[in-house]
Design a protein around this ligand. Sequence first.
Ligand SMILES: Cc1ncc(COP(=O)(O)O)c(C=O)c1O
Length: 513
Amino acid sequence: MTTLPSGLPVVVDRAAPTPLAVQISAQLQAAVTGGALRAGDRLPSSRDLSATLGVSRTVVTNAYARLFAEGWLEGRHGSGTYVADVTPPPPLTPAKATEPDRGPGRPHARGSARADVPGTPERNRVSPRPLAAFGGLAAPTGLIDLQPGISWAEGIEPAVWRRAWRHAGTHLPSRWPDPHGLPELRAEIAAYLRRSRGLAVTPAHVLVTQGVSSGLALLADALLTHGDRAGIEEPGYATGREVLHRAGARIVPCRVDAHGIVPEELPGDLKLLYTTPAHQYPLGGRLPVNRRQALIAWARSTEALVVEDDYDSEFRYDVGPLPALHSMDPGVIVYLGTASKVLATAFGAGWLVAPPGLVDRLAALRPRIGTRIPEAVQHAVLALLRSGDLERHVRKMRLEYARRRAALVDGLTRADRDAANGHRTSARVPFRLLGDTAGLHVVLELPRDYPAERLVDAAAARGVAIYPLDRYFAGPPTMSGVILGYGTATLPQVRRAAAELAELLTSRPERDR
Ligand SMILES: Cc1ncc(COP(=O)(O)O)c(C=O)c1O
C-alpha cells in the first residue's frame, strides 16, 4: 500500500486482471466520491506518483487521463492536476428567477425560431461572453449558452498566442500577396494533414483559405454557373447552404440518416455535393466505409465534385479516426479544413486540398475578385504549426471537450436511466442522443410529435439556451430535436445544463400535475 502526499492510500495489485491504470483511477475516483479527496486537492505529478507506486509513468498518465475525461480531475495552467468540483448542482431554480435576457440570437419562443432568425443560425450567433476562469460559472444567474459550433477560444494559452504573433510581427508584408497562400505555410499545412489525417498531399495541393466557408465560396465561384444543382446534406450546415445559394446554385437537399449521407439516393445531375463524412453536421454520423465507396463511385459516374468538410475531425473521443474521404480518391474530392474549431472562428484561417491544377485555378481567381488572405494570420498559423503549439493545444482541448461531453451525456442519460428504472414516478419524454463520439455538440432527438420549441422555451426559463434542430433543414424538418453545444460552456455550466435538461425531460410538465 502506498500513501499519497495527501494521506490517501493507493494499492496496485500486479496479479489482478484489472489493468493498473484502471486500478489507480478507480481508487482515486472512490476517494473523491468518499470524500477522502476534495475539490481543489492537488494530486501528485504523474512522475512522482509513478515513482511512488513503482509503475510506469504511462500507467499514471492513463489513469489521470481517464479521470480527467470523466470530469473528476481538472488541470490548471502550469500548476498541476487537481480534484474537480463534482458536487451535484444546487437545487433547480424556479423558472421566474432565471428568466434569461432574450437578446438577439437567443432561442426564440415556439413558432418564432425560423421567422425571427432568417438565414443561418451560425450567422446570428451571440458572441460568447468572456468567461473569467477556465472552469468557472460566468455568472450565477447568467444564461448557460449551449450554442453549437463555437470553440473555447479562452483555452488558448496566452504565451502560445503571443509567441505566434511575435513571429508574425517579424515579417513585413509582401509587396503583393501570393494568391495560393505563403509557400512555407502550404508546406507546413501539407505536413500537418499528412500527420494528423493521413492525407497524401504535397504543398502544391494546398490552398490557404480563411476557413471552410471561404474555401467553399471560392470553389462555387470558380466552378458553378447560375442554376447548377448543388447537393447539401439535409439536415446540414446552413452556412454551406447559404454560400452555395448565393453563388447561384440550385440547392438540392440530400437526405442523411444516423450514419451520414445516403449515396444510393443521390441524384445523378449534381455539379457539386457538400458533405461532412467524419462527423455529419449536425446529426453526428460517421460515414461507414461501404457508403464512402458508394459515394466515390457515384461521384466518378456522375462527374460531380464532392466537397468534404472536415471541420472538427481533431475532436474524437471514444472512437478511432476514420481516414478522410479525400484519401480514397483525391481526384474527385476537394477537402476543406479550418482552424475555427481547433483555435477560434475569429482567427479566420483554413485550408483547401485539391489537385494542383484546381488549386492554381482557384488561386488565379483571387486577384480578379480582390480576395486575399491576411499574411499576418498566415505567419501566425505557420508559427503555431511549426512549434507544435497547435497540436499541443488540440490535445489539451480534446481532454477539456471530452470532459464536457461526458458531463453532458452522463447527466442526461443517468437521469433518463433513473427515470426508466422507476426511480421517478413522473412521466418521461423519450429521447436519444446522436453524434456524441466526436466534435463539440450532441443532438438530443425528441419524439416526432414533441415540438423542440417546447423544450427550448422551458430550458430558457431555467437559464439554459439550447437550439432547435429544425433550423438545419432546408425543407420541412423530418425529425424533432435540439442541438447542444459544449464548446463555450464551462464544465460546471455543462453539468448544470444537463441537470436542468434532465429534470425537464424526466418530470411531468407543470400543467399535467
Ligand atoms: C459544419 C461546419 N463546417 C465548418 C465550420 C467552420 O466554418 P469556417 O471555417 O468558415 O469558420 C462550422 C462552424 O460552425 C461548421 O459547423
